[in-house]
Design a protein around this ligand. Sequence first.
Ligand code: CP
Ligand code: NVA
Length: 318
Amino acid sequence: MEAYLERWRDAGPPLNLISITELNRNSAQVLLELAAEMKRGTKQGREFYRFDRPIAAAMIFEKPSLRTRVTFEIGLYQMGGHAVYLTQNDIQMGRREAVMDVARNLGRWAEFVVARVYLHSILEELAIHTGAPIINALSDVEHPCQALADLLTIRERKGTSALKLAWVGDGNNVCHSFALLGAMLGHEVVIATPKGFAPDAKFVGDQVALTNDPAEAARDADVVYTDVWVSMGFETEREIRMRAFKDFQVNSRLLSLAKPDAIVLHCLPAHRDEEITSEAMDGPQSAIWDQAENRLHAQKALMALIPIPPENAPPRPS
Ligand code: CP
Ligand code: NVA
């Protein structure tokens, strides 16, 4: 573990993981290598890394979750830590109590704060006032933990050579983090969305190619990735979105344009036979279940590496 920590420190590690851009190519590589090592250990029934003191994470969820909640809870358990799950119903952040006051409380008890929020700016506010690392468990603009699992899955299936990664569908939170990490690790990223649903240019910049043609993205791709057409918080746009996205389904016709050994990814939850056919989800090219499993290993690596107060972080705000 010490060798990973040394490389992580040399890479200029982040204090939080609010945006995937807090990582750089070196730190992302260390994290993915450690995740693979930790996965091997867990599969063999021995943990590669366990906390050397009691570690607790406060986990704020303003939106529902299966994968993120379960993988953080089980990951912490496997490493000898503990998770406290807090719904918006429980703490009513910003209503019952100001965000900064929630942050100050949690920072006095917990070594990490994992938060799934509607507004990305809430994560930044939590970071200012908590003093413990803030881990973005999905916001309106990013899903960095998902991107780590995605790139871990791609490494497992395809190695480390440069690939063509195609995103087909909504230019959403998952798309932003995936595209940024994919480009950071040297891949060609092509994103196909309907007009009006492109990713935010201030996140993806000119590191990725944008198109409105799903075939252009899928052609000769090594990876074809999609997500729901209606993300949490966008339910009122459902009808408009169904019409706008109808030609962006990942199905056997689209996959026939990709490389024969291309893999299919979906962050889940999926709406079967909407943005992706059941045939594609359950077919031989699907790496979706490995991808879901890898949430566990990627997040364990993140929690093993990210500096936990009091040793490594600046003093907690009063
Ligand atoms: N992919 C993902 O974050 O799933 P959950 O919403 O179930 O956590
Ligand atoms: N884009 C989806 C991802 C869910 C994990 C959403 O935000 O609802």
